[in-house]
Design a protein around this ligand. Sequence first.
Ligand SMILES: NC(=O)c1ccc[n+]([C@@H]2O[C@H](COP(=O)([O-])OP(=O)(O)OC[C@H]3O[C@@H](n4cnc5c(N)ncnc54)[C@H](OP(=O)(O)O)[C@@H]3O)[C@@H](O)[C@H]2O)c1
Length: 270
Amino acid sequence: MPAGFSFPTSDSDQRLYKCLSHNWYKPSPGIGLGLVIHALEKHKDAFVYAGARDSEKATALHELKDKYPGRIVIVKCVSGDVEGHALVAKEIKERHGKVDTVIANAALWSSFGTVSGVFIDDLEEHFHVNVSGPIILFQAMYDLLKKSANPRFVSMSSIGRCVGIGLVSTQVPGICYGATKAVLNGATRKIHFENDWLVAFPMSPGGVSTTALDDTCVNDPSGLFKTLVTGTEPTAAEAAIPILKVIDESTREKNGGEFMHIDGTKMPSW
Ligand SMILES: NC(=O)c1ccc[n+]([C@@H]2O[C@H](COP(=O)([O-])OP(=O)(O)OC[C@H]3O[C@@H](n4cnc5c(N)ncnc54)[C@H](OP(=O)(O)O)[C@@H]3O)[C@@H](O)[C@H]2O)c1
């Protein structure tokens, strides 16, 4: 799910995570899969709803079903799909009645146009996946989160694409990804202020060695992005540990409405 949720049942500390999305066909596992695996390993009582665009082909997730029988369900999640998300919410409501943590992880970063040259169709597609997607996910999970004693909604954002820091002042292009992550930050912060019962914040995972990062190094026409990648970035499995620690230990007072970095610090700018 790149999105994810956890929830306790009323009579136990069972948790449920939903993570969109995983990278079943890609060379390097994505952060979503890392989060799903770590949630299952870390919390023996966790139940995970793992989102995938094509659940039939989600082989890595199906392997987890064998390894953790009765603790993971694969749900079809396409970012921005209102009806599909309603079906997922219905399934969760019927099985568990609530959800604890939702992680909106799925994102698109496939266009490297400059503002003057970007195809508007690319911009709108990125907005659909990176902004409408997490908002539609939040809307679908709203009632289920409200049933949780400790509800959390986290969107996966990016340090590199803020308005005040990161790549904005460099010649690395990428208005589609950058602008949509900046809007996502604002939307998630607004969720915090609109819902005083919820812990909500955007999260920066820092650089993580995934296929998406590798692809960006290759596809960035400026050639600058790859000079910023050190080669020592954590794998998705390694990054999932501190990311989930920040999420699991988050409180409304400490983290709500803040832009949280993977190391638990607050980003100084958006
Ligand atoms: N890796 C980094 O260095 C880094 C840095 C900053 C922020 N982030 C953020 O961390 C998150 C995960 O990144 P990642 O590196 O793991 O990237 P990734 O490997 O490309 O994973 C992104 C996931 O989003 C899914 N996705 C894309 N479009 C979708 C759609 N329309 N519906 C449903 N799912 C869709 C993809 O699904 P498929 O598997 O089906 O393609 C993919 O699994 C993203 O939000 C990204 O912006 C990553």
